[in-house]
Write a new protein. Structure first.
Lengths: 132, 154
């Protein structure tokens, strides 16, 4: 994934880069049937997928700044669901907590109309593999 | 909290994972992903996720993105709770942790097996694996909790 290209899954789900916030991309997905869980609510998996993409995008941006080309391999993700997502735009942003030479820890949060009330948080661990 | 689908059964009727899956995966995110019912037992449910080109992730080599795996496991574990209680109880995912053992093989259908291993009045504890043919060589392990939002599990 380069700084600005989202993978097929993200594009198919309708995930877009909304804007850049101090070097970290803010991703968005509009509400549609594709991300719907029980009627009227966002599916937790779609929420997680969005946060994961935001996490990878933030990490990629950080690696780009360092001039490093790495292959990213997800190790695990822990998601905390705090509020039901409703029928509106959902945003997500990742924050690189620690990116060493071999592993990175990225936090991500998702919110809707009120940034101060995130609907979910995620912690993502990613293995960094030097690209050949 | 992640909300789950509404009751699709009249109150009091026995929860049927096969029937529920057919109804729940027709629309919404699960329907878009192509998730289908596969099998079930007393406290577990297996759902399948066929490989699709547009579900490929950051690897870019045909490997399914992790998002669809999370969705598959969220659905399978959620249904395992209702299969164990025998009835639909509205609940929400509190947390879910997914450990990725290896990349899913391109072109292969992924099977998600969700199991409910403990119920309390308000919390259900779930775990599961995703594999692409051999359950002994999983693609991912998951563990998490759901909370009954209206009424109780027991």
């Amino acid at each position: 994934m380069s700084g600005l290209a989202l993978p097929p899954y993200a594009q198919a789900l309708g995930i877009e880069i909304d804007h850049d916030e101090a070097g970290e991309p803010v991703l968005r997905v509009d509400y549609s049937n594709r991300v719907a869980g029980r009627p009227g609510f966002l599916h937790g998996g779609a929420m997680s997928g969005l946060m994961e993409m935001a996490g990878f995008a933030a990490l990629q941006a950080e690696l780009d700044r360092r001039g490093e080309t790495m292959r990213l391999k997800p190790v695990n993700i822990q998601v905390e669901f705090m509020r039901g997502g409703t029928e509106q735009v959902t945003y997500a942003k990742g924050t690189v907590t620690r990116a060493g030479r071999r592993v990175a820890l990225v936090n991500a949060e998702a919110w809707q109309d009120d940034r101060a009330k995130p609907i979910a948080l995620a912690q993502i661990k990613v293995l960094l593999i030097p690209a050949e | 909290m992640s909300e789950t689908p509404p009751s699709i059964l009249p109150p009091g009727s026995r929860f049927d994972p096969g029937l529920a899956s057919r109804m729940m995966t027709r629309h919404g995110h699960g329907g878009w992903l192509g998730i289908r019912y596969h099998d079930h037992g007393e406290n577990w449910v297996e759902l399948s996720l066929p490989w699709r080109e547009d579900l490929v992730g950051i690897d870019g080599k045909g490997v399914l993105a992790s998002g669809p795996i999370i969705s598959l496991m969220d659905n399978a574990t959620s249904m395992s709770v209702w299969t164990m209680t025998g009835q639909f109880v509205p609940h929400a995912t509190l947390d879910l942790r997914v450990d990725y053992m290896r990349a899913a093989s391109p072109g292969q259908t992924v099977i998600g097996r969700g199991e409910c291993y403990k119920l309390t009045r308000t919390i259900s504890f779930i775990r599961g694996i995703a594999h692409d043919g051999d359950p002994a060589d999983p693609v991912a392990h998951v563990i998490g909790t759901f909370m009954a939002t209206h009424g109780s599990y027991l």
